[in-house]
Design a protein. Structure first.
Length: 146
């Protein structure tokens, strides 16, 4: 059962309610590894890697491959939280690699501009939001092989 909102037509990514999703040329574990490598090469910190499918298996449940990477640094996120501390609920940045029912791998992340809108961020953090937006876009495209 394919949902229309999952269909992505270009490598630029599609956005639904702040969620940007790109197709990946690699399986889920490889996509997350590529993202991890790009993140560390950019000098960012990896805070967590969560294998949701492994967690499901441990609970006796099935889930297609799904892995989350949480990453960032204080220089990037602090300006947003100084503007409005509630932005911390959406930070650090994270990206989810997942496989759909057809086996296609996708890489999804929250657009920092959406985070800014969600928390009514203003001019004090505008430059940081744009920097984060560009950075996560580049990292995601590198990981997905775009």
């Amino acid at each position: 059962m394919r949902r229309d909102w999952l269909v992505r037509r270009d490598w630029g990514g599609a956005m639904t309610d702040g969620l940007v999703t790109l197709p990946s040329n690699y399986p889920v574990p490889d996509t997350i590894e590529r993202l991890r490598d790009a993140v560390t090469a950019a000098g960012l910190q990896i805070f967590a890697r969560v294998d949701h499918a492994a967690g499901a298996r441990e609970a006796g449940l099935e889930l297609r491959p799904t892995e989350l990477l949480v990453f960032g640094n204080a220089r990037g996120g602090t300006p947003l939280m100084r503007d409005e501390q509630t932005a911390g609920i959406d930070l650090p940045l994270k990206a989810l690699a997942w496989a759909d029912e057809d086996g296609q791998t996708w890489l999804s992340y929250n657009d920092p501009a959406w985070i800014a809108e969600r928390h009514a961020l203003g001019e004090p953090s505008a430059a940081a939001v744009q920097t984060l937006r560009g950075a996560i876009g580049r990292l995601a495209r590198a990981a997905a092989g775009a």
